[in-house]
Design a protein around this ligand. Structure first.
Ligand SMILES: [Zn+2]
Length: 117
């Protein structure tokens, strides 16, 4: 079913390997968690989470070296309303009214006046 995927620890570049089902796209491996993402350890059902939290060198994950013991995070791509979420941009946007209607300007304002040169 799954297939092994390798990741580098961002702290020490130890290679770890986990088995993935393959239908979730990776977004990034970072030494810190993304805000709003939920992480599960590789031993849990991480395919249902938003990412995987590794402890470098834990549970024989490392296949090259002993690991540094630090945590790092694999984040999957997340979509909301068909748009990819980016942890670097605010996600707490408030949607007012019908989402299919773009926000309308508050009426014509007329051309700017007062340019007399
Ligand atoms: Zn490491």
């Amino acid at each position: 079913m799954g297939f092994p995927v390798r990741y580098y620890c961002p702290h020490c570049e130890t290679i770890v390997e986990i088995e993935r089902d393959g239908y979730l796209a990776d977004k990034a491996v970072t030494p810190f968690p993304f805000e709003g993402w939920s992480y599960e350890p590789p031993t849990a059902d991480f395919e249902d989470a938003d990412g995987v939290v590794f402890q470098c060198g834990e549970d024989g994950l490392a296949i090259d070296g002993d690991g540094c013991g630090e945590r790092f995070y694999l984040s999957f791509v997340r979509y909301e309303n068909g748009e990819e979420l980016d942890p670097r941009t605010p996600t707490e946007q408030v949607h007012l009214g019908n989402e299919s209607t773009p926000p309308s300007p508050s009426g014509p304002r007329g051309p700017p006046n007062g340019f007399w040169g």
